[in-house]
Every structure is written in C-alpha cells, then in structure tokens.
Design a protein around this ligand. Structure first.
Ligand code: URA
Length: 307
C-alpha cells in the first residue's frame, strides 16, 4: 500500500504540474495549439471545478507491478482522430456503447475484432502469456517499426484503468506506457485524485508505436483490440477512463468527439467508461485541464459507487 498523501506535498506537486489552477475560477483561456473539436471545445471552456476533498484512495489489493518513473520525451499528437473505416472494426449494432442512463446492455466487447479465432485465443491467456504474445505480436505493420511492444503497467487488480492511444518515442524506447511528458501530467492527475501508479492500471489502445507518433488507424486498433480487451477482463476495473479519441474508439467502437461525449457515461460491457482529453492534448491546451478534472471526479464517483 502506498504512503498516505501529504496534503502540502500534494499541492506543491499539483502546482509544479500546472494543475493548481483547477482550484481557481477560470475567466480567461489560453490559446491552444490543438486542432478540431478539442480546440473548438476550448473556445467554449467554462469555469474550473472545486477539489473533491475526499479521503485518500485505498488500493483494493497489493500492487502487482511497480510504479513508473517519468522521463522527458517528445509526445504524440492527439490532433487527429482515427479515420472512419469503410470496413468498420467488427461493427455490429449490438456492440455499440450505451449510455448508463439507457440501461441497455452491451454485447461482449471482445467480439469486436477482425480475427475472431485469434481474439478467442487471446481471451483465454493469463497475464504472462498475454504479455509474451503482445511482445511477439506481428498482427499489423506497426511491429516493423517498433523498438518493442509496450504492454501495460500498474496494479492488475486496480479499480481504475486508464487507456491511452499508443506508445510514443519514449515509451517505445523504455517499454512502458506514459513515461514522457504526457505521462508526467497523467501522474499529476492521479496525484490530484490521491492515486499513484500502484493503484491504477494503464494500457494503450495499440501496443506498438505508430511511426512519427501518428494516430493509429482503425485497423491497427482492431488488430490490437484483443490485447486490450483481455487486459480489461483480467483487471476487471470499476471504471475505464478513455484518454482521447483513439482510446474511446478502441473501447466503444464508435467515433466520438471528446467535447461532445464528455459527461456521458458509456459502457464497455458492464464497466462504465468515462471519456476525457488525452494528457498530451491537455499539455497543449491547459485551459481544458479543468474539464479533465471534472471528468476524473465523475470517474471517481463511479469507482466509489456514488453514481
Ligand atoms: N500517449 C499515449 O497515448 N500512450 C502512451 O503510452 C504515451 C503517450
């Protein structure tokens, strides 16, 4: 179990990470460098949110993996969403996400794949076999340019599971998700929730770095989806947080716009999915950190059974 959070240190670290403005009302917004809907959303950005003032998060069980040490790195871009494919990723009306409010059950998400036999086999793997298979994977062309595949990190029995887009340069080099600047911000976001990496599980939609940090294609996301689905099945988190559009697409099989999807609770099977901005986007558009914080507070309420 991790040490209790020292509130003074927490605020010092939040300040260092640029998260303390969350505690202040925003009246002016900073110009962003992003594109598309997030940029549009930023123009409409509203007031910041208050801190939750909750007791420290207690991990359910002992962590199974060590915390990562963040290091500076060039980060991937979040500007481009996954392209709509003319051959949808295992699309089936029954597999579309449903909002929690509708109460309509979703079909097994593991059915969303381009190779059902491979997916069925991966769906039986234990952690060791799964990670070995990820490391050896050559199911899509991304394996040709990777240094190594990046599996996942954190507590394999976590209540929280964060899903990113895919490894960037530093992750490709070190073999661990979110170890660059976006990872530092993710750590700060966790810290704001009184969490650390020993209490959450972090994975990506694709396990191999797309060349030049381009957005993974729907086909690449589909090829990698059985790995993500198995990770989710093994962790069985209480909440999934999709960081950005490709992550949301991987989980929901739906092209969503973060600005429009925020506030809705989607479902991956029985598990609620909260969608929010990718930390790399937030680094370029810090005015939207308040919205991400709001989303994380919503996720926290789900974890705590208050929603
Ligand atoms: N961005 C991601 O989406 N994932 C990582 O692991 C690093 C940066």
């Amino acid at each position: 179990m991790s040490a209790p959070f020292d509130e003074k240190e927490r605020f010092a670290r939040l300040e260092e990470m640029g998260l303390t403005p969350l505690w202040r009302l925003r009246t002016r917004l900073q110009p962003g460098s992003g594109a598309g809907e997030e940029q549009e959303a930023q123009k409409k950005a509203s007031a910041g949110v208050a801190p939750p003032g909750r007791a420290p998060e207690a991990p359910r069980k002992k962590p199974a993996a060590a915390a990562a040490v963040p290091a500076p790195a060039k980060e991937r871009s979040e500007a481009r969403p996954p392209r709509a494919s003319s051959e949808p990723v295992g699309r089936s009306p029954a597999l579309h996400p449903v909002s929690a409010a509708s109460g309509t059950p979703a079909a097994s998400p593991s059915a969303r794949t381009i190779d059902p036999e491979r997916a069925a086999r991966i769906a039986t793997l234990d952690w060791e076999a799964l990670e070995a298979e990820i490391r050896a994977c050559s199911a899509c062309t991304l394996h040709r340019t990777r240094t190594q595949a990046v599996t996942g990190v954190g507590n394999r029995q976590a209540r929280w599971m964060f899903v990113g887009e895919g490894p960037g340069r530093e992750e490709d080099r070190r073999g661990e998700p979110f170890v660059g600047p976006a990872g530092k911000l993710l750590d700060a976001m966790l810290f704001a929730l009184r969490l650390d990496r020993t209490q959450v599980y972090i994975a990506n939609a694709v396990k191999c770095r797309p060349p030049d940090n381009r957005t993974p294609t729907p086909e690449e996301i589909a090829a990698c989806a059985p790995f993500l689905f198995r990770q989710i099945e093994l962790v069985r988190p209480k909440v999934l947080v999709a960081l950005g559009r490709p992550a949301a697409f991987a989980l929901l099989n739906e092209e969503i716009k973060i600005a429009q999807a925020r506030g809705r609770i989607f479902r991956y099977g029985e598990i609620p999915v909260v969608v929010t901005y990718h930390p790399a986007y937030l680094l370029r558009n810090p005015a939207d950190k308040a919205k991400a914080w709001e989303d994380l507070c919503r996720a926290q309420a789900l974890v705590e059974g208050k929603d």
